[in-house]
Design a binder for this molecule. Structure first.
Ligand SMILES: Cc1cc2nc3c(=O)[nH]c(=O)nc-3n(C[C@H](O)[C@H](O)[C@H](O)COP(=O)(O)OP(=O)(O)OC[C@H]3O[C@@H](n4cnc5c(N)ncnc54)[C@H](O)[C@@H]3O)c2cc1C
Length: 328
């Protein structure tokens, strides 16, 4: 495989909407391309009309936007996308970035397998130093942060949501229409419908702020306190521990942790959450962690930047009021 200097970013979309993760992969690709002296090529696929997002990808640093518009990509088409991405990467890219989302986990594995190369998944940090890309990845349920040196080309990386802050850095974003490497209709796996979880709510992987609740809230009915605080922020999503989702207080799609969503928001507020290792595995990389717990010895305080010891049922309304005032 030739050793190019260009960097590919896969721009994830869902039902015609671009996902925040796309801006993160393009931003990451830009950072690497600025060091290799190459270009950023963002690849987006969707039903006709998806090209409308090219301007946003260009604004975040894409020199070229490779667009596939085809009805066969209305929903996620894993086989056709992986074949197309692998064929494109094989033309000679230094690195390729994917999101470590549900779709991204599937796609990066298929693409790397098609190319016959390894990849680094769920990466929270990366540094390019000469011919080596060093990446960090939380391992063993976050007990260790593993550092890997990727010396082979291309370096294929999936990025944890929030690991890279989308940055505007306008480039030409020349739109280049490309076609699928295989007939999208020939794929054996067919996604026939895509239903957004949680209605119109902000997705946990996209939200800069997450307010999360645990068993310390005592009962499902008290979750309105968590929702109120999220609403006061305006840009916050609501998360939960597994104890809470297992008890049916919240949908499983809200669960954060080892067996739930992996998130890295700017701010994570843990309300009545003990901080079990399996929960920390999903949120420890948040930029700032605030914990509210009545037990000053609760493990969550070991990872918290700010801790409030007290009754979450009394503290949440006060916090919500304070946020409203600060915003107002
Ligand atoms: C294989 C496996 C996978 C798992 N995956 C996950 C996962 O993905 N995500 C996850 O979250 N868990 C996961 N778990 C479960 C995990 O081990 C914990 O059981 C769970 O995270 C605990 O949830 P919690 O903090 O809500 O409840 P608890 O551990 O019961 O903690 C409740 C906390 O609330 C505090 N509290 C009580 N009352 C108040 C009050 N009035 N005010 C303030 N604080 C109060 C208590 O001091 C306590 O610290 C997994 C477990 C296993 C074995």
């Amino acid at each position: 495989m030739s050793n190019g200097t260009n960097v590919l970013a896969f721009a994830e979309s869902r039902l015609g909407n671009i996902r925040r993760a796309s801006l993160e992969t393009v931003t990451a690709a830009r950072r690497v391309a600025d060091q290799t002296g190459g270009q950023v090529h963002a690849l987006i696929a969707g039903a006709p009309g998806i090209a409308v997002h090219a301007a946003k990808l260009a604004a975040h640093g894409a020199d070229v936007v490779l667009v596939i518009e085809h009805d066969g990509f209305t929903h996620y088409n894993p086989e056709a996308l992986a074949a197309t991405l692998a064929a494109r990467i094989a033309t000679g890219y230094r690195a390729a970035f994917f999101a470590a989302s549900a779709q991204g986990h599937d796609l990066v594995a298929r693409t790397a397998a098609t190319l016959g190369v390894s990849y680094a998944s769920d990466v929270t940090e990366f540094v390019v130093d000469g011919n080596t890309v060093t990446v960090k990845h939380p391992g063993y349920t976050n007990k260790v942060i593993q550092a890997f040196s990727l010396t082979a080309t291309p370096a294929i990386i999936s990025l944890r949501a929030g690991a890279v802050l989308p940055m505007e850095n306008a480039k030409a974003g020349a739109v280049e229409a490309i076609t699928s490497a295989i007939d999208p209709a020939s794929a054996r796996v067919k996604v026939t419908a895509t239903e957004p979880s949680g209605g119109a709510k902000l997705d946990l992987g996209e939200a800069p702020v997450i307010i999360s609740g645990g068993r310390g809230l005592k009962e499902a009915a008290n979750f309105f306190l968590v929702e109120d605080l999220a609403a006061a922020f305006g840009n916050a999503a609501v998360g939960a521990t597994r104890a809470v989702t297992d008890d049916g207080w919240r949908p499983h799609s809200d669960q954060i942790g080892q067996t739930g969503r992996l998130v890295s928001p700017d701010l994570y507020v843990a309300c009545g959450i003990s901080g079990a290792i399996q929960h920390l595995a999903g949120m420890r990389t948040a930029k700032t962690i605030v914990a509210i717990n009545k037990d000053r010895e609760a493990p969550i305080f070991k990872v918290a930047d700010y801790g409030i010891v007290g009754d979450v049922l009394q503290i949440l309304p006060v916090l919500t009021e304070a946020v409203k005032q600060a915003k107002g």
